[in-house]
Design a protein around this ligand. Structure first.
Ligand code: ATP
Ligand code: MN
Length: 479
């Protein structure tokens, strides 16, 4: 029976007292025809299996190669060797799946992250990715737990949407029309009435608008789903397919929104610290090793664990966009013309280099910026009385830049309609959205947290392609 196996992580917490157990996993190494390091994915720690000399058939032992899968039964005894507290003294070894170690792409040496991306189907079997994806899993669980414990309703918003109000031009079209000869209107444009849904549809860029419909019924909701952006940004922080958490709360203003976002981020970091300590320590060491190759001034001031502890202990710095522009403008960095995009003044959109300057050089901690010029923000954000700014907030994290984008939403129908008109957003198409403002509108707010950016922050991985199993980026959709 396969279910009888014990997972290695759990076994390693037991005391070795000669108890009989069965383990299953993949061979990481086989030394001196005697010592098998077995890994089953539950932890980076391998179980040392001792195949006593002379006790097993030569032919069988030849099949114990790196990456072969085994089922081993034996007695758990205190280890004679250093480096592990227990051995499994094998009584039976069964090869479940042979593997030609010569052809196996993962050799027992250090591989670059770039190389491992090319064999993303196997990289889970390395310590680095073992840790990254166990932490990712844990964070996903913590997110549901956080919201569930607060009484939020988890809402599944649609992946195929007809509204292109938000990200026009950045969306992936969904269609079943033939490419070579699509039906056309008289003016030559494509006739989407003939398409599967009888209209043009796209993959969603955000579940927010639908989330607001939920919030104005349940009070508090959140979504946690995939989102898609056809933006051609080849950066270490952008994916074409990424996962986003979007809470939306009725009876919340911008400050409530900031408080929730800060509490939420700290909660999931704390959860990982409490439940993934071993993996975080491994990742912390990995990052320190990686940074040794960088010049001194490019290295992080704190280790990974230290950084996470620091974030937990300190309040996020809160300031307005206007204050941030002043800081950036007055900075030596700007005066010495070290920004690629010079700080031109109020009204400009902040580039990633500006955001990172604020968090990494100036405040040296996460920052919440609020009160952005309305021109650089979306139509649904609540208009401030100054006529110039909206109740938007972004959270910026060291090493990442923007990690959260949110706002209080415009709940006043006339103001919302006026803004939509100014921005050429077709109100007819969003009739259902505007209905929330017609029938019992309430102040409400919400934000979007990019899950992969959060995983990057907590695991210390510098490239977003290394925190999602199979990254989708421009010109790349392997696996
Ligand atoms: P950026 O300026 O970094 O491109 P954005 O302003 O486009 O971000 P939003 O539209 O506010 O981002 O999306 C909400 C959150 O989703 C962001 O704060 C970020 O964490 C995440 N995010 C946005 N675009 C991407 C992407 N292409 N890949 C991964 N995460 C993303
Ligand atoms: Mn973007």
């Amino acid at each position: 029976m396969f279910n009888k196996r014990v997972k290695i992580k759990e076994l390693l917490t037991q005391e070795p007292q000669g108890q009989e157990v069965t383990v299953m996993g993949w061979v990481r190494s086989f030394r001196n025809s005697q010592f098998i390091a077995l890994n089953d994915g539950s932890t980076n720690n391998n179980l040392q299996i001792v195949a006593e000399l002379g006790k097993f058939d030569e032919q069988l032992l030849k099949r114990v190669t790196t990456s072969a899968s085994l089922k081993v039964t034996g007695a758990v005894v205190p280890s004679l060797g250093k480096g592990q507290k227990m051995d499994l003294k094998a009584t039976t070894i069964e090869v479940l799946g042979d593997s030609d170690a010569e052809k196996y792409p993962l050799q027992p040496k250090k591989h670059s992250l770039e190389f491992l991306r090319e064999i993303a189907h196997l990289r889970f079997r390395t310590n680095t990715f073992g840790s990254v994806f166990r932490v990712r899993h844990s964070l996903a669980y913590a997110i549901h737990k956080f919201f569930n414990d607060k009484g939020f309703v988890h809402m599944h918003t649609p992946i195929i949407t007809a509204s292109d109000a938000e990200g026009a031009g950045e969306m992936f079209r969904v269609t079943t029309l033939p490419f070579n000869n699509p039906p056309r209107n008289e003016d030559g444009s494509i006739n989407f009435k003939e398409d599967f849904f009888g209209r043009a549809t796209n993959l969603t860029v955000s579940g927010q608008l639908e989330g607001e419909l939920g919030a104005t019924a349940y009070g508090d909701i959140y979504t946690f789903g995939p989102t898609f952006r056809a933006e051609n940004s080849n950066t270490t922080r952008h994916l074409a397919e990424f996962w986003m958490i979007e809470p939306e709360m009725a009876f919340y203003d911008l400050e409530d929104n900031m408080n929730l976002a800060e509490e939420f981020i700290k909660y999931i970091i704390q959860y990982a610290m409490d439940n993934n300590r071993e993996d975080l320590e491994f990742l912390s060491q990995r990052l320190a090793e990686e940074e040794k190759q960088l010049p001194q001034d490019k290295r992080s001031e704190m280790g990974l664990i230290e950084k996470l502890e620091f974030v937990l202990k300190n309040n996020f710095e809160r300031l307005t966009y206007t204050e941030a522009i002043d800081i950036l403008k007055e900075s030596n960095h700007n005066k010495k013309k070290k920004f690629q995009y010079p700080v031109t003044g109020w009204g400009m959109d902040l580039q990633s280099e500006h955001e990172r300057y604020l968090v990494e050089r100036h405040f040296k901690k996460p920052v919440i910026l609020s009160g952005y010029p309305k021109e650089i923000k979306a139509f649904y954000m609540r208009q401030n009385d100054d006529g110039k700014t909206v109740a938007a907030m972004d959270i910026l994290a060291p090493g990442i830049g923007e990690i959260v984008g949110g706002s209080q939403r415009e709940e006043r129908l006339e103001k919302l309609e006026a803004r939509m008109k100014e921005m050429n957003i077709p109100a007819e198409e969003l009739w259902w959205y505007l209905d929330t403002r017609r029938f019992g509108t309430v102040p409400h707010a919400g934000f979007g947290l990019g899950f992969e950016r959060m995983v990057q922050f907590i695991t210390g991985m510098t490239n977003i392609r290394d925190v999602i199993a199979f990254p989708r980026t421009p010109k790349s959709a392997e696996f």
